[in-house]
Design a protein around this ligand. Structure first.
Ligand code: MG
Length: 254
């Protein structure tokens, strides 16, 4: 069931997602060579708690895996998603790192991700980031009253393929609200005009995960990697469906 949020609920969604947007903005200034992914996680948890939120990924459980141990998912280079921060994983000049964060506050969740440049990156990596950002923009542009989930999926998947890249298998966006993952599932590939119809007051996490070499991924516990070891990027926003353009709840506001 896709939940429709009323005005009071939307205000709470705005607040949880505001913290997500602020964190993803602030953390950009500390991503640099020599920093560990655990340093980033400590920064994140502190900021989230100082804003009255709780890190939503920490303790998150799925069958067959231990609870997720951190506030952030940090996925470096060929990491696709769900990387676990570690004090022994030190960022190197030229790396790219996907940082995904969820925040819970006052009954509601926020969720978004960005991919960051560590120092100077290759033109190959830069191109991947640009394509993944553009894929998210194109997906969000379809998130309108009366459209269908498949319109978002098609906009993302067809653009990525046209550019010669691949969307990662089996990883999707999702509805979000009182739960971190709600209906509908939002694939990054699919057919126009198919799937559930979008209505005012729905909140969706749209999140293309784009690989250079192949759509295939391998799972190691929580962590997903590109099968051929090529680079992967991830951008995500939580958006509110309105009568006009979607409201990007995880945009950074001063
Ligand atoms: Mg998500």
């Amino acid at each position: 069931m896709i939940t429709i949020k009323n005005n009071q609920e939307i205000e709470k969604m705005r607040e949880a997602n505001r913290i997500v947007g602020k964190l993803l903005h602030k953390i950009g200034s500390i991503v640099k060579p020599g920093v560990s992914t655990l340093d980033l996680d400590n920064f994140a948890e502190q900021l989230i708690r100082s804003e009255g939120g709780r890190p939503a990924f920490k303790g998150y459980s799925v069958p067959g895996l231990p609870p997720f141990p951190a506030a952030l998912c940090t996925s470096v280079n060929s990491g696709v998603v769900h990387g676990i921060p570690s004090k022994t994983e030190i960022l190197q000049e030229g790396d790219i790192i996907g940082i995904d964060v969820g925040v819970y506050k006052d009954g509601f969740y926020g969720d978004a991700a960005r991919t960051y440049r560590v120092g100077q990156i290759s033109s190959e990596a830069e191109q991947l980031l640009q394509v993944t950002m553009e894929a998210l923009d194109r997906g969000m542009a379809q998130a309108r009253v009366g459209a269908r989930v498949g319109d978002i999926s098609y906009a993302i998947g067809s653009y990525v393929l046209d550019q010669g890249y691949f969307v990662a298998d089996n990883l999707t966006g999702h509805g979000i609200g009182r739960r971190l993952h709600e209906d509908p599932v939002i694939p990054n590939w699919g057919a126009k005009g198919k799937g559930p119809r979008l209505g005012k007051g729905m909140t969706l996490a749209i999140e293309p995960m784009v690989n250079i070499g192949t759509n295939r991924v391998i799972e190691k516990g929580w962590e997903f990697f590109v099968e051929d070891g090529s680079l992967s990027a991830h951008y995500e926003n939580t958006v509110l469906i309105t009568e006009s353009d979607p409201e990007i709840l995880t945009a950074y506001k001063n």
